[in-house]
Ligand binder design. Structure first.
Ligand SMILES: N[C@@H](CCC(=O)N[C@@H](CS)C(=O)NCC(=O)O)C(=O)O
Length: 214
């Protein structure tokens, strides 16, 4: 399998964690999101993903886009270890939490959104960082409430084994820290993050461990 990735991309980071948790080998194909206006917009990559976003996964000639679709594809083909729980009720919780990160928190701090703020919208980097911190705080404080003190929450976001939500949480917290957001108000999320970081699969997926890290 080939993973089109950028070391700092949190969406690609999710997939790297899932691949590692499942013990699936893959080749990294770096797509630099900043160099030369962004390699994601080059025709060669547009042919792979017309959305010009990473990650994309190539497997046996099939190209899959969208990190959560990629993870669910891996889950269906390689069910063990499972990243989704066994029952429909539990899966609905896990998918709901994962989507709150992937659909509601992350898109507001994506590279193209932030560059549009400081580019065509004429915002200063300070104002852009205020935008970033506002949406992160709103999203992470809701997520903290969704997991804190809940019976289904365990060592990880759902139970005692790492799963889909953890694949999304760790990159999102890494991103928040990169933008100097205070993560102290989210003690449950950071406790789970520490449990994840104790696992090699998570550490090996980290941005600074990638072949294209700068
Ligand atoms: N919903 C997509 C989001 C993908 C995404 O936003 N990727 C970012 C990096 S984390 C990207 O490629 N940004 C390039 C850009 O904004 O032009 C997914 O989950 O795969």
């Amino acid at each position: 399998m080939k993973l089109y990735s950028f070391f700092r991309s949190s969406a690609a980071y999710r997939v790297r964690i899932a691949l590692n948790l499942k013990g699936l080998p893959y080749e990294t194909v770096p797509v630099h999101l900043a160099r030369g206006g962004g390699e994601q917009f080059a025709p060669a990559y547009r042919d792979i993903n017309p959305q010009s976003l990473v990650p994309a996964l190539e497997d046996r000639g099939l190209v899959i886009t969208q990190s959560l679709a990629i993870i669910e594809y891996l889950e269906e083909l390689h069910p063990a270890p499972a990243l989704l729980p066994a029952t429909a009720e539990e899966r609905s919780r896990v998918r709901g939490l994962a989507l709150s990160i992937a659909c509601d928190i992350h898109p507001l701090n994506n590279t193209r959104v932030l560059s549009y703020l400081t580019g065509p919208m004429g915002l200063s980097s300070e104002a852009r960082n205020t935008w970033y911190a506002h949406w992160i705080a709103l999203g992470l404080s809701a997520l903290e409430l969704q997991v804190a003190g809940k019976l289904q929450t365990g060592k990880f976001c759902h139970g005692g084994e790492p799963g889909l939500v953890d694949c999304c949480l760790v990159p999102q917290l890494a991103n928040a820290r990169r933008f100097k957001c205070d993560v102290a108000p989210y003690p449950t999320l950071t406790r789970i993050e520490a449990n994840c970081q104790a696992l090699e699969a998570f550490r090996r997926a980290a941005p600074d461990q990638q072949p294209d890290a700068e």
